[in-house]
Design a protein. Structure first.
Length: 473
């Protein structure tokens, strides 16, 4: 396949129009089975290599920057779900704040978020093109948050910024354009400066704390032998001490945890027996679900990136106005960021084991999970809490009913080891996504039911806190 030299899709290597049509035709074949043709083709077409985009369409403008964000999320070495979720929070916020002052019925979030008393505002009585402000803010903040990405990715950010700026400069007075771009840049710089004090600044430089002393207790997490990561040290053990976006999330109570027990029939034992029995009887579809939502950060845009991708599918389907598009990304970004922060706080509070440890010690020493263990404690499930938080905010904005097909992983190589391929997933409700994301970790054999159920519950709580911000006047 020929590489495309002017593409802004999120893949590390994007292909020419001929290759793109191959994917779209494959998507049509899948979608005919579920009646979701329009939405499925949409999911492919807006990440295509088409040189002509209508940036007058709000979903196209905001979606282009969401694509670029996910491209960097996927293509930057050393990335993690924790760091990615943080970046999505700041980028979504910047998108919203760059356009909110152009709408009379919306409020800025300055003064509502943790330690954020103010942000730059437009000068009164003069004209702005807030689309140019959005464009400048996203580019500026992406370069700051992902300053460690490749030169090729940095060039892609610069190119997309230049393309969109040129598009609107043709339609805008030069003074208005310059003023709008300057505002977007100042806004991004202010948000980046605020981000430096949250505890996660440049966290990709310290993913694993080798000096951490692991608690040694029954039921405690052990470094996995069957692992997703090369490290035997847990990922970002201090992440839960970071500053959340929402002050209300400081006060969230930890979920209840079933006490350790090895007696057959006890509540704790039954949690792991359920995982063991399910793995021995997995259906083909359950295996497909397990790998679809794996979202390994080494090869994908991570679990929170998958939620950002879901936000793009919703705004492209619903085609709301510019500020609503931006609000959707802001809500999802901050929801997954705080969900991961709280999840990591509780993971290291409980420091709980995974099935690969308990099952082999108590039930069947030869057992092995379908999916490899990630390098951190189990309870609660990060996949469940972030998916639940993301869908909770999207449902509040757009309603639960949403028939669509998620085809983001179609075309990935067949998993020879597990004898399963990446098959598109179809849904009729957004809430089904959260449920299936959680179930995928149970099918994978790396989370117990309580990990998932408490994660889903706490994710809804995080999402409700985001929904409760004063978005409107």
């Amino acid at each position: 396949m020929e590489k495309c030299t002017s593409c802004y899709g999120w893949n590390n290597a994007c292909f020419n129009r001929k290759a793109e049509m191959k994917w779209i035709n494959a998507a049509r074949d899948v979608s005919r089975q579920c009646g979701c043709l329009i939405l499925l083709v949409l999911a492919f077409s807006w990440s295509s290599c088409s040189p002509a985009r209508d940036y007058e369409q709000p979903a196209e403008l905001t979606g282009s920057w969401a694509e670029m964000t996910l491209r960097l999320t996927k293509g930057t070495p050393g990335n993690s779900p924790t760091y990615a979720s943080r970046c999505l929070g700041y980028l979504g916020l910047a998108m919203y704040e760059s356009v909110v002052h152009g709408t009379k019925d919306r409020r800025s979030l300055a003064g509502q978020l943790s330690s954020l008393s103010h942000l730059p505002t437009p000068d009164a009585g003069v004209e702005y093109d807030f689309r140019l402000a959005l464009n400048a803010s996203q580019a500026e903040l992406l370069r700051s948050l992902y300053n460690h990405t490749s030169d090729a990715n940095k060039a892609s950010v610069d190119s997309l910024e230049a393309e969109i700026a040129a598009y609107f400069r043709k339609r805008t007075d030069a003074g208005v354009a310059d003023r709008s771009i300057s505002f977007g840049q100042r806004l991004a710089q202010a948000i980046f400066e605020w981000s430096k004090s949250d505890g996660g600044h440049r966290a990709y430089l310290k993913n694993f704390d080798k000096a951490m002393v692991h608690p040694d207790r029954p039921g405690g997490w052990k470094p996995p032998l069957f692992a997703q990561s090369f490290s035997h040290h847990p990922l970002h053990p201090h992440w839960g001490q970071n500053r959340p976006f929402l002050p209300g999330n400081y006060r969230m109570e930890a979920p209840e945890f079933i006490p350790y027990d090895t007696v057959p029939g006890s509540p704790y034992y039954e949690q792991f027996r359920a995982v063991y029995e399910a793995e021995r009887a997995l259906t083909q579809e359950q295996k497909e679900i397990a790998i679809w939502w794996g979202d390994d950060p080494d090869v994908t845009f991570t679990p929170p990136g998958h939620s950002y991708y879901l936000a793009s599918m919703v705004v492209h389907a619903r085609q709301p106005d510019l500020v609503t598009c931006a609000e959707a990304y802001a809500r999802v970004g901050m929801a997954v960021a705080d969900a991961f922060l709280l999840c990591w706080r509780w993971k290291y509070q409980f420091f709980s084991e995974r099935p690969n440890t308990y099952v082999t010690a108590v039930i069947d020493e030869e057992w092995e999970s379908f999916w490899p263990d990630p390098p951190f404690p189990a309870f609660p499930s990060g996949h469940a809490i972030q998916a639940s938080a993301a869908t909770t905010v999207l449902i509040d904005m757009f309603g639960d009913e949403f028939a669509f097909t998620d085809a983001c992983h179609v075309g990935r190589p067949y998993d020879e080891e597990r004898e399963v391929g990446f098959v598109a997933r179809s849904f009729t409700r957004l809430s089904e996504v959260a449920r299936e994301t959680a179930d995928s970790r149970f099918f994978g054999g790396i989370h117990t039911p309580q990990d998932n159920e408490r994660g889903l519950e706490k994710g809804q709580e995080v999402g409700a806190n985001v929904n409760g911000l004063a978005w409107k006047k």
